[in-house]
Write a protein that binds this ligand. Structure first.
Ligand code: MN
Length: 128
């Protein structure tokens, strides 16, 4: 079972997405801000991180930069989530080191496809 770390400050979004992912068979860990997300990633080593970009304490861009600068965590795929599909959001997320990008409102099938692709690539690179 893959462990997903969901970093999202909006409680309603967090509850809804975590429940939907749990129903799909994922184990879901949750953090409410970027600093907590970073600490939780370090302590629990998730298989994939869903990172809201607009977060208190430490925003998603900075949290991702720090994750990707950590040799132990650099290989953990990060999917950026942003509230508005703004021009340049995707480029900014990728520049911060995110592996993919999705916009809210979440369309679960579309997000799951991105998650599965990254999880498969991750397990393939690990088994070499
Ligand atoms: Mn937010």
């Amino acid at each position: 079972m893959s462990v997903i770390l969901l970093v999202e400050d909006n409680e309603m979004n967090r509850d809804m997405l975590s429940r939907r992912l749990q129903r799909k068979g994922f184990e879901v860990l949750m953090a409410e801000d970027g600093a907590q997300g970073l600490a939780m990633a370090q302590s629990s080593g998730p298989d994939l991180i869903l990172m809201d970009m607009s977060l208190p304490v430490l925003d998603g861009w900075e949290a991702t930069r720090r994750l990707k600068a950590d040799p132990v965590l650099a290989g953990v795929p990060v999917i950026a989530l942003t509230a508005h599909a703004m021009e340049g959001d995707r480029e900014q997320a990728l520049a911060a080191g995110c592996d993919d990008y999705d916009s809210k409102p979440i369309e679960l099938p579309r997000l799951l496809e991105k998650m599965e692709r990254l999880l498969q690539a991750r397990s393939a690179s690990r088994s070499v």
